[in-house]
Write a protein that binds this ligand. Sequence first.
Ligand code: BG6
Ligand code: MG
Length: 222
Amino acid sequence: YPQAFIYDLDGVITDTAEFHFFAWKKLADGLGVSIDRQFNEQLKGISRMDSLEQILKLNSSLVRFTKEEKVNLANQKNVYYLELIESINSTNILPGIECLLKKNKELNIKVALGSASKNAVQVLNQLGLTKYFDFIVDASKVKKGKPNPETFTTAADHLGIPYSSCIGIEDAAAGIEAINEANMFSVGVGTIEHLSHADYLVGDTSKLVFEEIVKRYKEKTV
Ligand code: BG6
Ligand code: MG
């Protein structure tokens, strides 16, 4: 058996990836640039400031912002985002997730969060899922965000589990890259178009079945 499951939050445990997109879109609209879902794929998994930089790069007139103005823009995006997540609760847990968490616990498999979000603790609390987690890695705990493996290795190091015995679950290309770089088994939730490097890919979270994940993990490991 694998010894730890490390879950991404936004887009894996709950559909907050949508809310991040809506909040960025609102901010971008205000700046006179429009972003679509295709562009949004590259924002998934990366930090708030890195996301802002990607958006500002879309239009040459937006490079004029000072550091302070960028901080204000990033804060404004977070105000939009906080409005959107205000009322989320356990009904917003994506299908299959709580079942998988329960299965992990039943089998004494460690559970960690590997999120790039500064709002991760709050979101996990609102969902009522904090009790399942042995360790939470959020934006405050890492120097180098995804695609750097630090998010995932920090979780494994804290749990005292070898990387090769960890399974990481991600909906972002940057996240799959981070898991692979950490020498962990990567499970992607999404499409082959964006997540072709995942060791095992499912279309949506309802297909995250413990036995199947472990079977694929074992096939790769032996
Ligand atoms: C990641 C999301 O989990 O967290 C990104 O995939 C988001 O879309 C990033 O930008 C940072 O989140 P926050 O809550 O710190 O702005
Ligand atoms: Mg994600």
